[in-house]
Structure formats: structure tokens, C-alpha cells
Design a protein around this ligand. Structure first.
Ligand SMILES: Cc1cc2nc3c(=O)[nH]c(=O)nc-3n(C[C@H](O)[C@H](O)[C@H](O)COP(=O)(O)O)c2cc1C
Length: 356
């Protein structure tokens, strides 16, 4: 598998949804960095399931146990290892999935790739639960980055056909970053919350699911970072963001909309703000030629609808070699998007800490 990322700050993610536990080892962190554990737990609880009808009713505290790399909440420079034990598993829900792959999930492709030896219970290593590791590592990285003037925020850009107000791409105020970083249903325009919840509820009661888009901004990035052609800023961010299950697309700046603009509309004109070169607009999303321009990095990730739905679907029985039907049991988010926000922010943090 390829569950290791990074060359400067390297993360190695392990575990399966219904095994003993999941965890992450972070190698290459600077020593002497104090980590505010309450803040770290706050980030993890933004991703954790439970207590919300948009999310799975599987309730787990997601409390990481630190095995090494920190003394009294300060990094030692040794690999930082954290484990989260699985306490709330119901593997019997996956009995029928063992031989009948869920449409839209990793079951079939993983069965072929790992010759049927992969742990399929709860999605195994492909489960959304594994993203708790990304949030743990990302929360550590974010605190280190924040000390160096770099902050990251995300929000639910859309669910189904309901959209939030977009980020101002030339920069968002500190108060908004602070508010968004501590919300579970993360919105710029909080009046959209009920409309989005209604959108999710409409599909949930039918046993169906719905997707959406997460928007993320990285502020305070110095200009001149990035290693094009293949390790440019877009390459590196995309590579971690696509490590998040259910991400099916990413766009930077004006993205796909930019492809419909003229050059004069899409180009961002430069000006001096004191000694700093800035752009009036930010259709380039803070990246030119794979290198940071010093403007905020803005990107959006498309999240597909949760594949596990309780509506009956056609599939195949890999044991009998016949077509069959499947009704997925178990506890699944009818909409992954709210919980994906802190995961995408964390993925961005891990990409950035490696590029600096
Ligand atoms: C936070 C989070 C929670 C998820 N929860 C579920 C879930 O409850 N049920 C499910 O079928 N998929 C869930 N997924 C998505 C699957 O893990 C993912 O669709 C699957 O591994 C296939 O990968 P792909 O969609 O990237 O192709 C979740 C993803 C994330 C990021």
C-alpha cells in the first residue's frame, strides 16, 4: 500500500476500521514544538461521528493515545506515534459485503488488488475512520504552521444544490478563520445551515446519500514556494487531498470556471501594497507556475455521495459468480461533507509543512 506521505515531515497511516485500532506515525517534526492538546482534540472532534443526523450514528471518542515523540506536550524530535483504539465496531453489519461488493465503495477493486486478503469489515483501511489519523497529524502540523504565520480554514462550499457564500479569495478576516476552525457544521453564511440539513434529510429518509464541495484557504504562505514540474504546489496539495476517501475532484482558484473566462477576466493584475507584491483579484488561487505567489491558496475539493446506502442495488456475488442484489446495513453518513472539512484542512496542512 502507499499509506506513507511526505519527504520532510513524513506521515505513515495504519489501521483498519474494525481492527484493534488505527494510528499514525509522524517523522521529521521539529523538536521543541509545544502542542496544545485541547486544541488538537477540538479538531479531532470536528471530524468525529455522532450527535448529528448528517453523520453516522457510530459514536467513538477518537481519543488518541500518544506512544512516543512528545514529553509534557512538547515534541522531542523523535517520531510522534499516536494510536486510536476501535471501541464501537459492529462487524456483523458487513457479513453480506464480504462476497458482494458495495457499488461505489472500494470493496471490489481492493478485493482484486489484494487477492481477497484485505480486511473488508467497515471498509478496512479504506474506511473514512482512517481520516482521524489525517486530522491528528494535520492538527499537529497546523499548530506548527500557525506559529510561523500560516493559517488554514475550510467550509462546506455546497451540499447538493445548496451553496454557502464563497471565501473572498484575496483573503478572509482572522475572526472568520477562528470561528470556522471551531465549528462542526462549518459555514461562512450560517443562515444556510438549515437549508443544507434539509437537503441531507431529504435523502437520508429514503436511505440514500448526497455529496458536496469543501472549499479551503491557506493564508500567510510566503511567495516562491514550490518545485515544478511535478512537485509544484498544486501537485503536492492534490496528492494529499486525493488521499482522503470520497474526494473525486479538485480545483484551484477560478478552476473550471476559469476555463470559461477570457484572459483579461481571469488574469490577476499586480500592485504594490507597501513593499509586498499582491494581486487585485485571486483567480490564480495563490499559485502561478506551481509556485506560491504570496496570495492565499484557495482550492475546492469535490466529495462524492456516501457509497454505502440502504437502498437495494445490483451487484455481483464473487463466490457464486452470479449477479445479485445488495442492501447495505451498518451506520453510514448520509453526507460526508461536514466531517470532511477538517480532514481537507488537515491534508492541506500536511502538504504545506512538507513544502516549507
Ligand atoms: C470523513 C469520511 C467519512 C466517511 N464515511 C463513510 C461511510 O460512513 N460510509 C461509506 O460508505 N463511505 C464513507 N466514506 C467514503 C469511503 O471511505 C470512500 O468512498 C471509499 O473508501 C471509496 O473510495 P473513493 O470514494 O475515494 O473511491 C467516508 C469518507 C470520509 C472522508
Amino acid at each position: 500500500m502507499g499509506s506513507v506521505f511526505g519527504n520532510k515531515v513524513k506521515i505513515s497511516v495504519f489501521g483498519e476500521s474494525h481492527g484493534t485500532g488505527i494510528g499514525v506515525v509522524i517523522d521529521g517534526l521539529p523538536s521543541g514544538e509545544r502542542i496544545d492538546m485541547e486544541e488538537l482534540y477540538a479538531q479531532m472532534s470536528r471530524r468525529a461521528p455522532g450527535g448529528d443526523k448528517t453523520a453516522t450514528p457510530r459514536k467513538e471518542p477518537d481519543k488518541p493515545q500518544i506512544l512516543s515523540g512528545m514529553i509534557d506536550d512538547v515534541t522531542t524530535g523523535a517520531p510522534l506515534a499516536a494510536v486510536i483504539y476501535n471501541t464501537n465496531t459492529r462487524s456483523q453489519d458487513y457479513g453480506n459485503v464480504m462476497s458482494s461488493p458495495r457499488p461505489g465503495h472500494s470493496d471490489y477493486a481492493a478485493h482484486i488488488r489484494y487477492s481477497g486478503y484485505n480486511d473488508i469489515r467497515g471498509g478496512g483501511h479504506f474506511s473514512g475512520r482512517l481520516t482521524a489519523n489525517i486530522v491528528f497529524a494535520g492538527a499537529v502540523a497546523r499548530q506548527i504552521l500557525k506559529r510561523r504565520g500560516i493559517e488554514i480554514a475550510g467550509h462546506i462550499y455546497s451540499i447538493g444544490n445548496v451553496s454557502d457564500a464563497p471565501f473572498d479569495p484575496v483573503g478572509i478576516p482572522q475572526e472568520l478563520i477562528d470561528r470556522l476552525n471551531h465549528e462542526k457544521f462549518t459555514l461562512v453564511d450560517e443562515t444556510k445551515e438549515q437549508l443544507m440539513r434539509d437537503e441531507v434529510e431529504k435523502v437520508r429518509i429514503k436511505g440514500d446519500s448526497i455529496g458536496g464541495v469543501v472549499e479551503c484557504i491557506i493564508q500567510g504562505m510566503p511567495a516562491g514556494i514550490g518545485e515544478p514540474m511535478f512537485f509544484g504546489v498544486e501537485n503536492v496539495i492534490s496528492s494529499v487531498v486525493f488521499g482522503v476517501p470520497a474526494v473525486k475532484g479538485i480545483e484551484f482558484g477560478s478552476g473550471f470556471m476559469g476555463s470559461r473566462m477570457t484572459g483579461s477576466m481571469n488574469n490577476d493584475e499586480f500592485y504594490y501594497d507597501g513593499d509586498t507584491v499582491k494581486t487585485v483579484t485571486n483567480n490564480h488561487g495563490g499559485i502561478l507556475g506551481g509556485i506560491t505567489s504570496g496570495m492565499p491558496i484557495v482550492f475546492r475539493a469535490a466529495i462524492k455521495p456516501t457509497p454505502s446506502i440502504s437502498i437495494q442495488q445490483n451487484t455481483v456475488d464473487l463466490q457464486s459468480g452470479e449477479d445479485t442484489v445488495l442492501t447495505v446495513h451498518g451506520r453510514h453518513d448520509p453526507c460526508i461533507v461536514p466531517r470532511a472539512v477538517p480532514v481537507i484542512e488537515s491534508a492541506a496542512a500536511l502538504a504545506v509543512i512538507n513544502m516549507l
